[in-house]
Design a protein around this ligand. Structure first.
Ligand SMILES: CC(C)(COP(=O)(O)OP(=O)(O)OC[C@H]1O[C@@H](n2cnc3c(N)ncnc32)[C@H](O)[C@@H]1OP(=O)(O)O)[C@@H](O)C(=O)NCCC(=O)NCCS
Length: 182
């Protein structure tokens, strides 16, 4: 595993559930990740991404590098139910979304969108001009979310990159330009 853009996705997204009532009436708090979140972040990443979860050492180092653009959804009782992580390059004003997830029981309530809208706003304020991400071609939920936020496939080949993460691990690269005026 390397510190490349590691947008992962488990197979479970192939079953796409419809909207369901949110089990907890309280809305989780969206805030910047803290050092003390790391064990819970690790648990959350493993719960959602399973065998492709970040190893603990990499999650730690991603946090050290990109804490400013590491956002979590906190249920107020010590549990995290989502996160988004963006890596930035200061000189080229580029950014990659390296992780986005919401726990299965909290999906379809606008939380994934909330995480993305907030991270994009922060990236824009940081002077980032271009955001890219990779997504598994069959991950319809994520692709629809990204498209609705303005991301488009990065050409050529409709963004499709064969064997991007190794043999048989194709990914689609999507891109969004951030306007400074928004
Ligand atoms: C992708 C993910 C973060 C979306 O989170 P979410 O909180 O359920 O998303 P939201 O409720 O904010 O939905 C935002 C939009 O995404 C799309 N979407 C999300 N889930 C969908 C689904 N099951 N079916 C179809 N569209 C879906 C819709 O366009 C939706 O907008 P709408 O509600 O106006 O129709 C979540 O499904 C997840 O964590 N999946 C597993 C991890 C993963 O695949 N991460 C992305 C890796 S690239």
């Amino acid at each position: 595993m390397t510190a490349e853009p590691l947008e992962r996705a488990p197979d479970r997204h192939k079953r796409l559930p419809g909207p369901v009532p949110f089990p907890d009436p309280r809305h989780p708090l969206l805030r910047t990740a803290r050092d003390s979140d790391l064990p819970e972040l690790r648990r959350l990443d493993e719960e959602v991404f399973q065998e492709v979860a970040y190893p603990a050492f990499l999650l730690r180092q991603l946090f050290d590098m990109y804490a400013e653009h590491f956002l979590v959804l906190d249920d107020g009782e010590g549990r995290l139910c989502g996160y988004v992580l963006a890596a930035t390059t200061a000189l080229s004003h580029d950014s990659w979304i390296l992780g986005l997830c919401v726990t299965e029981d909290s999906r379809r309530h606008g939380l994934g969108r909330e995480l993305m809208v907030e991270i994009l706003a922060r990236l824009r304020r940081s002077g980032i001009e271009q955001v890219r991400l990779t997504v598994e071609p069959a991950n319809r939920a994520a692709i629809l979310l990204y498209r609705s936020l303005g991301f488009r496939p990065e050409q050529p080949d409709g963004g499709l990159r064969r064997d991007y993460f190794g043999p048989g691990q194709d990914r689609r690269v999507m891109r969004l330009g951030l306007s400074r005026s928004l």
